[in-house]
Design a protein around this ligand. Structure first.
Ligand code: GLC
Length: 731
């Protein structure tokens, strides 16, 4: 009986269902905003028109540590962001800074950006962006929080290792292909930190005072290139203040320059904790507020997101009419455009993660970025087939460098350390031993471990010291600048004693910054190895063994003494806790050394090879030009050595006479050429009026002033091999 009743009921329901149904349901037309064949701007307007006020406000601020809300009702996804510039950071908890302890997020660590800059090879930057973009895409991130392009102003800045050196032209040329590589994957770059974040001391509030000319000639060019040539889809505001306004909501930087003058159509994202006021955030160019209620990386309110300046306080001001809804709609349009470029782009690729290919890319970039600073008596390369006793000394030979350093920290699938790399390359024939020699551990008997290293050094055929900094606090780390220009943990003393014990000493520096080298005269070979990622050890050993011929060149100067740095010499760092004034103006790095005839320890653009290169005479296709013209410079370069090598040919412009003080020379071109032994190539550069221009504060414009100029071509900023003069004629 019961079954009959049940069956009857089922039959009734199914009949009922049919009564209400027309024929097979007709699919409803796809809404415009989801129709990928419609122009993006139309899709934006359609989505905007469908959103409620609350939904519009909700997408303007964080919903978790690393995501901002989507529009669930309309099927518009959340926006997930991830650090950092060197790899895809491990997953964090929703509302805590601690790791989520996932087991599928161990990534590839690519070399730090100073190493990328040291390749002077835009193709490497594109390969870097492509690979890291694939990893971010695979991990379903819409925004990669990098690259950083803040200019290297002082050797003590804790985050220099994340940036691209002291010269705006080099940084501009290297950031653009990185952006293209990443965004090709449907992932946005978020170029940071805009602007003037050149120190970590007082970073959350210090007000930077700098003249307009310096701002435009030194600190803005890499960001401008990122926007106008790179087409970055996002920019991150810096913590600090400029013109007494926080950079995360700064009328002059964000509205006047970035969005109006440069035509930036992407999204401005605050640094984490960089937002301080609702009205300023509403009107002064901020689009997405992240990380508020923290001091950047630590203390926070749990689930503070409704308290954010662009959350309920913003909604309230909109509802009471104190803030115009047009201001909100402008933010929403930009955020929707970011979504259509990323999460709502159905044609974007699927990425890949922690692959052999990415490890190989990381290794290639490291191999091209590692710099041979000194090589007396051709001590390097060491023959890997030679049965020899090699002593490795130094904590950094066995120290992981992909972790630490602050927000650019990574959890890696693998990291080949220097010791392992050297064993890989030399272990078949050499007898390799290790002694720590120095340690970052505070409670260590430094004298004892130093003495042991020195005693063993005397018995070795060759000693490889691996030291430097280590991305711990005050040693190349976010939120803390270095306290000394010298190497820490008494490394200088150890190196000097090792040099006395064994003349065949190679010093390998793992760091992201310049350091003092009081022992430089006593050490025959010095290698700048950077923080070079998952393949660091293999890349280093491939250079030491000669499998790879080093070709990297310095993206920043190594002063002999800290006082030889402009900001330090002028007592213009770190400021008085409220303001820091860039008294040196445009004279940053080599520009300062040239203007004061200061000989650096190693100059901007310096780097040696295991072969040699001869430069012929520079020639010009014309001797004079007008502003709308350009001049072509040609110069033959020959590999005069016995092995294949790559040379970075650098073009500097010298203005013989100008109405304003100008640097002796400025980098305005470079080309990396690979030459077989005996091979000669002619390298050409096009020189246009932009290459001759300075920024005139009064005119608020770039000016190419008629007169005599010289093109200087060389192997570094102080190794000029040929010059050619020409005239810029008045119109
Ligand atoms: C940090 C850094 C920034 C990073 C962000 C998220 O404070 O300044 O570079 O992307 O917070 O971790």
């Amino acid at each position: 009986m019961r079954q009959t009743l049940f069956a009857t009921a089922l039959l009734g329901l199914s009949l009922l269902g049919r009564i209400g149904t027309t024929d097979a349901a007709q699919p409803t037309a796809k809404p415009v905003y989801l129709d990928k064949n419609r122009p993006v701007e139309e899709r934006i307007e359609d989505a905007l028109s469908r959103m409620t006020l609350e939904e519009k406000v909700a997408i303007c601020h964080a919903q978790s540590k690393f995501s901002s809300a989507g529009v669930p009702r309309l099927g518009i996804p959340e926006i997930w962001m991830t650090d950092g510039p060197h790899g895809v950071r491990m997953e964090k908890m929703w509302d805590e800074w601690s790791d989520a302890k996932w087991t599928n997020d161990s990534c590839t660590a690519f070399p730090a950006l100073t190493c990328l800059a040291a390749t002077w090879n835009p193709a490497m930057a594109d390969a870097y962006g492509q690979a890291i973009g694939e990893e971010a895409r695979y991990r379903n991130k819409a925004v990669l929080l990098g690259p950083g392009v803040n200019i290297y102003r002082i050797p003590l800045n804790g985050r220099n290792f994340e940036y691209m050196g002291e010269d705006p032209y080099l940084a501009s040329k290297m950031v653009v292909p990185y952006i293209h590589g990443v965004q090709r994957n449907g992932v946005a770059t978020c170029v940071k930190h805009f602007a003037l974040n050149n120190q970590e001391i007082d970073r959350e509030y210090v007000n930077v005072i700098v003249d307009d000319r310096t701002l435009h000639e030194i600190y803005l060019p890499a960001f401008k290139a990122a926007v106008q040539e790179g087409g970055t889809w996002a920019i991150m505001g810096a913590y600090n203040r400029y013109k007494d306004q926080f950079c995360c909501h700064n009328q002059y930087l964000l509205n006047d320059i970035l969005k109006q003058e440069w035509g930036f159509d992407g999204v401005v994202i605050s640094d984490w904790g960089g937002t301080h006021d609702t009205h300023q955030a509403a009107y002064n160019g901020l689009d997405i507020e992240m990380g508020t209620w923290t001091d950047g990386l630590a203390w926070n309110w749990s689930n503070a997101y409704d308290k954010y300046f662009l959350a309920k306080p913003f909604l309230a001001e909109l509802q009471n009419g104190k803030i115009d809804e047009k201001v909100l709609d402008e933010k929403v349009r930009r955020i929707l455009r970011l979504s259509f470029r990323t999460t709502l782009n159905p044609d974007r690729p699927y990425g890949s993660f922690a692959t052999e290919e990415h490890a190989l890319t990381a290794r290639r970039i490291a191999q091209e970025g590692i710099i041979l600073l000194k090589n007396e008596d051709n001590l390097l390369p060491l023959d890997p087939k030679q049965p020899q006793k090699i002593l490795i000394v130094g904590e950094n030979a066995k120290q992981m460098m992909t972790c630490g350093g602050g927000s650019s920290e990574l959890k890696v699938k693998h990291e080949v350390l220097p010791m392992e790399g050297i064993e890989n390359y030399f272990g078949d024939h050499a007898q390799i031993t290790y002694v720590e020699g120095y340690s970052s551990h505070p409670a260590i008997n430094r004298h004892a471990i130093r003495q042991q290293a020195v005693d063993e050094a005397a018995q070795a055929d060759v000693v490889i010291f691996v030291g430097g900094l280590n991305k711990k606090d005050n040693q190349d780390c976010e939120a803390s600048d270095r306290r000394s220009y010298n190497l820490p943990y008494e490394q200088d003393q150890l190196i000097a004693e090792l040099a006395r014990a064994n003349r065949r000493l190679v010093v390998v520096l793992v760091s992201g910054n310049a350091v003092a080298m009081p022992w430089v005269a006593d050490v025959p070979a010095i290698v700048q190895a950077w923080y070079s990622g998952s393949e660091a050890g293999n890349a280093l050993a491939s250079i030491l063994s000669g499998e790879v011929n080093p070709s990297g060149k310095l993206p920043f100067s190594f002063p002999v003494r800290l006082e030889d740095n402009a900001a330090i010499a002028l007592d213009a760092y770190p400021g008085d806790r409220k303001n820091v004034e860039y008294k040196e103006g445009i004279f940053v790095g080599y520009r300062w050394h040239d203007s004061r005839q200061i000989e650096p320890l190693f100059c901007f653009g310096h780097g040696l090879s295991y072969t040699s290169f001869e430069y012929g005479s520079a020639s010009l296709d014309r001797q004079e030009m007008k502003t709308g013209d350009s001049i072509t410079l040609s110069i033959p370069i020959r590999n005069s050595g016995s092995r294949t090598g790559a040379e970075i040919v650098q073009l500097y412009i010298h203005d013989k006479k100008a109405s304003l003080p100008r640097p002796v020379k400025e980098l305005k071109g470079f080309r990396k050429v690979v030459l077989e032994p005996g091979e000669e190539q002619t390298v050409t550069f096009t020189i246009d009026a932009q290459a001759l221009s300075y920024y005139d504060d009064d005119k608020q414009a770039w000016v190419a002033e008629p007169g005599t100029f010289e093109a200087w071509v060389g192997a570094s900023s102080r190794d000029i091999r040929s010059q050619a003069a020409f005239e810029l004629l008045s119109e």
